[in-house]
Write a protein that binds this ligand. Structure first.
Ligand SMILES: NC(=O)c1ccc[n+]([C@@H]2O[C@H](COP(=O)([O-])OP(=O)(O)OC[C@H]3O[C@@H](n4cnc5c(N)ncnc54)[C@H](O)[C@@H]3O)[C@@H](O)[C@H]2O)c1
Length: 334
């Protein structure tokens, strides 16, 4: 039985659908702090059966232990955490508490129930401003926000644990910019308030919930002057997880850090154009000054994941835009 913490979130819900499709038993855990119970109903519609779900906080250790025992958990994908870079700057204590204490609570319960296989959601934010491109896993780490630092701390904890106790099997996956949605249009990233990420923001402009996209700077040394990031379709990202789980199950001990991206930069304007194409008309935008702390370009070196897992992203920017737009169009159905 695979436990997915944060199982009703954007990535967790896609992982749940995939694992069920692949024939795995899964149990989902989520405190609904950044998700909605309607996702569970949509998942049921998608996979054609109930998926066990527990509403709880991963930091509630006693209750967590009971869940491990009740469901005979054998491995974990730990998605639960707080992910807003901006919010982490104004609420650092909440971010360290949820991300770092959440992981410690989980690992303590795993240890006491002898479950030692975990895939951990990390982020390209652990690198900070890149010194060179593409960014490989051994690049210098200098995270610039509490969010990035909280994830870096989690990585240190996992690494120290694997050094102290050799029988853990740990994969740390550093995501670049997940985007898009499930092809069914049933699950995707549900927007809460002002989105931090480009794709949900563009989608809100497309739904006329916001008047225009603010493009932060068009004078960077990039293809068209706008910022470049490594967007990866959520379904490709999930394939990376699925292959990491299979790989871990074949090891007796492991600690691996893997970048998950397309290995290719896409500019804000390129993404806006892809979305405009998906929607069928041009979307309004305005160029505003650069934001402090934004890098011109960030994209991954993905050769390690390719070599180790035989994995690579296959979906295009157009796929991300089309799938995301399909999901957003169906959002009012609940
Ligand atoms: N989506 C991205 O752009 C991105 C990029 C890099 C890394 N990540 C990491 O991937 C993970 C999943 O991201 P996501 O996009 O699915 O985020 P999300 O917010 O959609 O999902 C996280 C889920 O975890 C739940 N949760 C949060 N704290 C919890 C707690 N203490 N106990 C139980 N449930 C809790 C939330 O309710 C939410 O459903 C996060 O750890 C995030 O930091 C995401």
């Amino acid at each position: 039985m695979i436990l997915l913490t944060g199982g009703l979130g954007y990535l967790g819900s896609h992982m749940a659908a995939r694992l069920v499709e692949e024939g795995h038993d899964v149990v989902l855990l989520d405190n609904l702090s950044n998700s909605n119970i309607s996702v569970l109903h949509r998942l049921k519609q998608l996979v054609g059966r109930e998926i066990p779900f527990v509403q709880m906080d991963v930091r509630a250790k006693k209750q967590l232990q009971q869940i491990f025992e009740k469901f005979s958990v054998t491995s974990v994908v730990h998605f639960a955490g707080s992910k807003s870079v901006n919010e982490s700057i104004s609420q650092p204590l909440d971010y360290y508490d949820n991300n770092v204490n959440g992981l410690i609570s989980l690992l303590q319960v795993m240890k006491s129930t002898n479950v030692k296989t975990i895939v951990f959601s990390s982020t390209a934010a652990v690198y900070g401003e890149p010194e060179s491109l593409p960014i490989a896993e051994d690049a210098k780490q200098a995270p610039i926000t509490p969010y990035g630092r909280s994830k870096q701390m989690c990585e240190f904890i996992l690494q120290d644990l694997s050094r102290a106790e050799r029988n853990w099997r740990i994969a740390v996956l550093r995501y670049f910019n997940p985007a898009g949605a499930h092809e069914s249009g049933l699950i995707g990233e549900i927007p809460h308030g002002i989105p931090n990420n480009l794709m949900p923001y563009i989608a809100q402009v497309a739904r006329a919930e916001r008047p225009y996209l603010q493009v932060f700077g068009n004078d960077y040394a990039t293809i068209d002057g706008t910022g470049v990031r490594d967007y990866i379709h959520v379904q490709d990202l999930i394939s990376g997880h699925s292959q990491a789980i299979t790989w871990l199950s074949e090891q007796t001990e492991a600690f691996e850090i893997l970048n998950l991206g397309r290995g290719e930069g896409i500019s804000v304007m390129q993404m806006l154009n892809a979305f405009s194409k998906a929607v069928g008309h041009d979307l309004p935008y305005q160029v505003v000054p650069r934001r402090q702390g934004d890098s011109a370009s960030v994209y991954a070196d993905v050769t390690h994941a390719k070599r180790l897992l035989g994995w690579e992203a296959v979906r295009t920017v157009d796929d991300m835009a089309i799938d995301m737009w399909r999901f957003y169009q169906g959002l009012n159905a609940d």
